[in-house]
Design a protein around this ligand. Sequence first.
Ligand code: ADP
Ligand code: ASP
Ligand code: MG
Length: 468
Amino acid sequence: MGILSLPKEETNRMIVLKFGGTSVGTAESLKNVKKIVESLDSDAIVVVSALGGLTDRLIATAKKAASGDSSYVEDFEAMAKRHFDIIEDVVHPATAPSTLNAIAPLLGELRRLYDGVSLIADLPERTLAQIVSLGERMSSVIVADMIPAAHHANSLDIIKTEKWFDKNIASTDITESLIRKHLSSGPYPIIMGGFISADKDSGEITNLGRGGSDYTAALVAAALNADVLQIWTDVDGFLTADPRIVKDARVIDEMSFVESMDLCTFGAKVIYPPTIYPVFHKNIPIRILNTHRPEAPGTFISDHSNNDGRLVAGVSALRNEAIITLRGHFASDKSRVSGRAFNALSLKGLTPHLVAHSDSLNAFSFVVSEAEAFQTVRLLKEEFAPELVDRSIEVIEMKNCLASLAVVGDNIKSAPDLTTRLEEVLENSGIKVIAKAKEASETNITFVIEDSDVNSALQSLHAELFNS
Ligand code: ADP
Ligand code: ASP
Ligand code: MG
């Protein structure tokens, strides 16, 4: 039929496809997107990101405008031209005038926002959210107009968020019913922008966080009980390591939801971490595919992954981490100290993601992102003020510029010596292990190392695990 020969489980009733910025960056890749969508046999919702690199550009230009640099105008013009050129290349000449009519007011809005930011010399968060939303608002219109049979849906009417501390998080119940209302009957294919959303109460434009188009697609797939979620990107699948760091990383044919969740949580950029949960919950498989090589089988992620008993699926690293250590005899009571610390942090929406093992009895350590480290220490100082006064906690320390390294695989528990073996590999490569995950997890082994050691650590571990 089409250019794709999809496995049987994917030739189904309803599928959700997500094309990232890397798939919609150029006219050439957009033409691949068109072929892929037009070759489908099923009803489809297509979620698209902004043109590749545009979100970064929108943000950089906004910062420029706020800083008083008038060259934001040229940046804006270059972005406008990029959209005009793409429209000329990919939209049929008969449709192009109406596409241009739809894009013109969006570009007008963008220009007014930049002028406003420049005038007030400030960049409020809500204005930045409006600015970045224009990337997906424009790309989704272009993709919808490029595919004659397609219809456009406005994500701002469908994907709703609510405030959770200082973050915007998906308002899942409302979003689920809006997805059903707007997207459960065709005509298909329906094209919508990923990443962008609106506050459920105020209607203000928000977003799901950088890389969040994957999450939009997962919310849609889960609400519609899709048969599969396809994530189309610029590599042949989920790889055993970041290919930009480990040149001989290879495609993982099949993996479990838990493995993919672990690797993404620990920095594998191929899927935005919150994406897995909604589809995992509904048992909807994910396939990672390459827009530039649609014939490649990609990676199949499901709950019944056939992994032939392999120990490790892949390795990944989460950068910009900090380790927080409480020292003193009170810290030796690990369960009490962790209970109080984590409770105090969770009340402010902070989420330590790793309890680290330390050799000292009187120390309790855990890992947070650097962005949350200062606030974490401040809250702990408040929580443990009495203990700091009576010296049962002597000090609360913070060490920045670290990375968490994760080795992930469903069968890791069956190799109890693996942690020691890998630690030796790291040490033999001159890499100091600052801490390791305290409780051996069922599915991953985690080491905390200096951020500057990340590349060589990934390369050494990958060579040990996959090339020996
Ligand atoms: P998209 O624009 O499609 O969302 P992203 O840049 O967000 O693309 O994610 C794809 C990129 O993720 C790949 O180009 C690759 O360089 C990077 N990446 C990092 N780790 C992995 C991994 N383990 N497997 C595959 N890709 C990875
Ligand atoms: N365009 C957004 C970003 O660059 C969302 C996405 O691509 O998933 O972060
Ligand atoms: Mg992405």
